[in-house]
Design a protein around this ligand. Structure first.
Ligand code: AMP
Length: 301
């Protein structure tokens, strides 16, 4: 089953203790698309400026991502610069230049309006609602990602769109901020009262927690010996999760648990090198091998 993603497309500058890389292809929709396209066809909606090279658009095409929904506007592409602490656990945003993303108006092409699986990447909640308004056939499953900025500044609009989604992805700090609960299970249950029936709390190197009406599920992260750049790990997790669910065309709790493991494994590849290249070079057989390793490492079975 096909999958629609709406989100940011960026030129990223990524700085670690030892290295700095400029003008990498980035943005939530890029990481998500490359991850999800390993499982299922992806329809991309986003905006870039006239400075966005054809070579980057070819990267999407090489992975079979449909770019009919990619708008190319007069002006410059969104730019983001993140700098990691020595232990890579903290990230500071050095610069955000919204450019054409600042006036992004997501238009869903007619051929995408019946896509059964939808991922609303991190962005202005009112625009996330606008995407859902354009779906002529109600999607089977909608997931949304958000961040502290929107919880802080756009709470009413965020609460509106949350009523319309099946799953919410957010990190532990954001779950606490949204609900006022320190305990993540309590926070998850509180979020369920706001609309989503599944809450997926990402905990970075500590893995993920799923809170749902059908039960709880936890997973550790895949332990990596070579860790270069965690940028986009959350979006890659979302892409692996949603790609798996859409491919299986099933949203049972059993499938959700397997999807969380796929998301975790796909995200681990993203962290092994800078930017989207590890995902772009990834083969499905390599994911399967790491899944087997992960299950051996993490579970008694
Ligand atoms: P993550 O590491 O999962 O938080 O995702 C990092 C990606 O998010 C980078 O490629 C950035 O280009 C993109 N990004 C950073 N800030 C924003 C923002 N305010 N809205 C949308 N995307 C953003």
């Amino acid at each position: 089953m096909s999958l629609l993603v709406v989100g940011s497309i960026a030129f990223d500058t990524i700085q670690t203790e030892s290295e700095i890389r400029h003008n990498l292809l980035g943005g939530s929709a890029s990481y998500f698309s490359f991850a999800a396209s390993l499982y299922t066809p992806v329809n991309l909606v986003g905006v870039v400026g006239k400075d966005f090279p054809q070579e980057f658009i070819d990267h999407y095409h090489n992975k079979g991502v449909d770019t009919q929904g990619l708008q190319i506007k007069e002006g410059e592409t969104f730019r983001w610069w993140g700098k990691y602490s020595r232990d890579m656990n903290h990230r500071e945003t050095i610069e955000t230049k919204l450019n054409v993303f600042g006036t992004f108006d997501p238009i869903i092409p007619e051929s995408y309006q019946s896509t059964p699986y939808v991922f609303l990447g991190n962005g202005l909640p009112s625009l996330q609602s606008k995407v859902l308004d354009q779906m002529t056939t109600p999607p089977k499953f909608v997931a949304l990602d958000t961040m502290n900025l929107w919880i802080d500044t756009q709470r009413p609009a965020l609460l509106d769109v949350l009523k319309r989604v099946n799953a919410l992805f957010l990190n532990d700090e954001e779950a606490r901020m949204l609900t006022g609960h320190n305990n993540l299970i309590q926070a998850g249950r509180k979020i369920m009262e706001l609309g989503p029936e599944i809450v997926i709390v990402k905990k970075g190197e500590h893995g993920a927690l799923v809170v749902s009406g059908e039960g709880l599920f936890i997973t550790p992260a895949f332990p990596l010996e070579s860790f270069s750049d965690p940028t986009g790990a959350g979006d890659s997790f979302g892409g692996g999760f949603m790609g798996f669910v859409a491919r299986e065309d099933n949203t049972s709790f059993d499938t959700v648990k397997k999807a969380v493991l796929h998301g975790t494994v796909v995200a681990s590849f993203t962290c092994e090198a800078f930017g989207t290249s590890p995902l772009e070079n990834l083969k499905y057989e390599t994911i399967e091998k790491r899944m087997d390793q992960f299950i051996q490492l993490a579970y008694v079975c």
